[in-house]
Design a protein. Structure first.
Length: 187
């Protein structure tokens, strides 16, 4: 009998989706998905939840195995044209790296960048967050996330409502940073 991992089950995907929505509602709040992902990667769990045949994505860093790409059944695109972009956060963005910021008629077409780093909640790199969903301010420590991603994110989001949303992942945790969140940082 074929055994299907829990991340491909609708009940698990609903739980993961609710946690992702919670993270977008409360930027900087770190949530663990350990109980839902089993031995699968958190990246694959998130992608299996948010992707379908109508949503494009990019994985230039090859963080998702070819066999799992087939299971996702979502078209691959260039980063500039994809709705979801997966990147290894330890590497700086390429100098000519572009993604969709949406346009004034359709700001919702701005991409979501998923950065996979080493650790959320510890490390020397510190984000200071303010904005909607944050009572006063929130501090998040990161390890294995290149600061250039956050400099670029601030440039992309300077003409709100245009911009990008971020999802940050480590081995089992996530946090979300919508484009409405103001980020300042020091390393």
């Amino acid at each position: 009998m074929l055994k299907v991992n829990s991340i491909w089950q609708p009940q698990t995907q609903q739980k993961i989706f609710r946690k992702l929505l919670h993270c977008f509602s409360f930027p900087g709040e770190v949530v663990s998905l350990k109980e839902h992902i089993g031995s699968d990667s958190i990246l694959l769990a998130i992608l299996s939840t948010i992707l379908d045949q109508s949503v494009s994505w990019s994985d230039d860093d090859n963080l998702v195995a070819q066999s799992d790409r087939l299971l996702l059944q979502s078209p691959l695109e260039t980063a500039k044209n994809a709705q979801y972009i997966v990147k290894n956060a330890i590497n700086p963005p390429l100098e000519n790296f572009e993604i969709s910021l949406g346009d004034l008629s359709n700001p919702e077409k701005g991409a979501t960048l998923i950065l996979v780093g080493k650790a959320i909640g510890k490390g020397d790199f510190k984000l200071h967050l303010t904005g909607p969903g944050i009572a006063n301010s929130n501090i998040v420590f990161l390890q294995g996330f290149n600061p250039d991603w956050f400099t670029l994110r601030n440039q992309w989001n300077r003409n709100f409502p245009l911009g990008v949303d971020l999802i940050l992942l480590d081995a089992e945790q996530l946090l979300a940073l919508p484009r409405t969140t103001v980020i300042s940082f020091s390393s």
